[in-house]
Design a protein around this ligand. Structure first.
Ligand code: RB5
Length: 146
């Protein structure tokens, strides 16, 4: 069973509900940090809150949502230990895990995707990190924090 932390700004409230409903069918354990209304909030606050919760430990990965996914992913990638991938199709969903070992994935509630976000999440979840040369490359991503 996967344990996942998820949060959204006001730009992806409906998408968050859709994702949560899907993940419940996959028996995932979810920590939902909001928001649940259209009242404006600042996406960096949401990203920092969610990454901080993730770093408390015990989570397999996190999902961040905003209008585009861009703002939350930019913020998350400023936080030590976080590798947040902005996903836009099944290929990037697979590569984010296989090559980049992402521990966060981001989507936009106002983006028109050609494939349902739930399918991209499913692809990410069923993919394994490929290891080998990618260990060295992911290690170099983390070295860039220093
Ligand atoms: C909020 O209006 C919007 O800027 C935010 O949801 C996100 O798209 C930022 O990257």
């Amino acid at each position: 069973m996967k344990k996942i932390v998820i949060a959204s700004d006001h730009g992806a409230v409906a998408l968050k509900s859709e994702i949560i409903a899907f993940l419940k069918t996959k028996q995932c354990e979810l920590k939902d940090l909001g928001v649940d209304s259209d009242d404006p909030v600042d996406y960096p606050d949401i990203a920092v809150l969610t990454c901080t919760e993730f770093k408390r430990g015990g989570y397999d990965f996190g999902i961040l949502l905003c209008g585009t996914g861009i703002g939350v992913s930019m913020t998350a990638n400023k936080i030590k230990g976080i590798r947040c991938a902005l996903i836009h199709d099944l290929f990037t969903a697979e590569m984010a895990k296989a090559h980049n070992d992402a521990n966060f994935i981001a989507f936009g509630g106002r983006v028109k995707y050609n494939v349902p976000v739930t399918k991209m999440i499913e692809k990410f979840m069923e993919t394994e990190f490929a290891g080998e040369r990618h260990c060295r490359r992911v290690g170099k991503i983390m070295d860039a924090e220093k």
